[in-house]
Design a protein around this ligand. Structure first.
Ligand code: CO
Length: 215
């Protein structure tokens, strides 16, 4: 690499991995030998791609404990084959017991969705958040200041994505066979590290009501 700074940035990753290899080598619990054979996580985490919200660090979990899917603004879009594939595999093969949609205050994707700025192809993704805003425009418009508006939409967006997960055929069919699958909505406060439970949890499709619950 001709660019020294670029080279150093990449070297940092390699050095970091060397430290990790050392850590794994010195671990006497047998944990990593076990992990090399397979995974058995109980949690699926759907979070924002933001670099400040790593699932394991925030939840104090270790490799092997959380199956993770992240995208911009932790969206669960019904026709997103990437998300659906992760969800199907997690629920039906890994048999996770908890699915957590984790948003975070100060989310850039949510903030952008409340502006008229264009950012490129991502605008079409952010439109899904604008759809959530449209459902709650009155409440959000009444709030004072852009930060408060963004953070409230972060919470409302998480709830909407939880609901989106619950209405997938994947989750509803899983609920026909099992009563040990819960879908939760949470928000991370990056400044304090706190993972705030929005108390928006579903464990059965009769909690959805009306046209949303499949027979
Ligand atoms: Co974000």
């Amino acid at each position: 690499m001709g660019n020294k700074e670029l080279e150093l940035g990449f070297q940092k990753i390699l050095d970091g991995n060397n430290n990790w290899v050392e850590f794994v080598k010195n671990d006497r619990s047998g944990r990593f030998e076990q992990l090399a054979k397979g995974q058995n996580p109980e949690i699926l985490w759907i979070g924002c791609a933001d670099s400040r919200v790593p699932a394991n660090e925030i939840t104090g979990t270790k490799p092997g404990e959380v199956f993770v899917h992240r995208n911009i603004a932790n969206m669960c879009v019904h026709s997103d084959m990437n998300m659906l594939s992760v969800l199907d595999y997690a629920v039906n093969v890994l048999k996770v017991k908890h699915v957590i949609v984790a948003g975070h205050y100060g989310c850039g994707g949510v903030a952008a969705s409340l502006s008229r700025n264009q950012y490129g192809i991502i605008d079409n993704w952010l439109c899904h958040i604008k759809d959530v805003y449209r459902l709650h425009a009155k409440e959000i418009d009444a709030l004072e200041g852009q930060e408060a508006k963004t953070n409230r939409l972060v919470e409302l967006n998480v709830k909407e994505q939880v609901f989106n997960l619950c209405t997938t055929s994947i989750v509803q069919n899983a609920w026909k066979d099992r009563d040990d699958l819960a879908i939760h909505g949470m928000v991370i406060d990056i400044a304090t590290g706190q993972l705030i439970n929005l108390d928006y949890t579903f464990t059965a499709n009769d909690e959805l009501g009306d046209v949303f619950a499949y027979k």
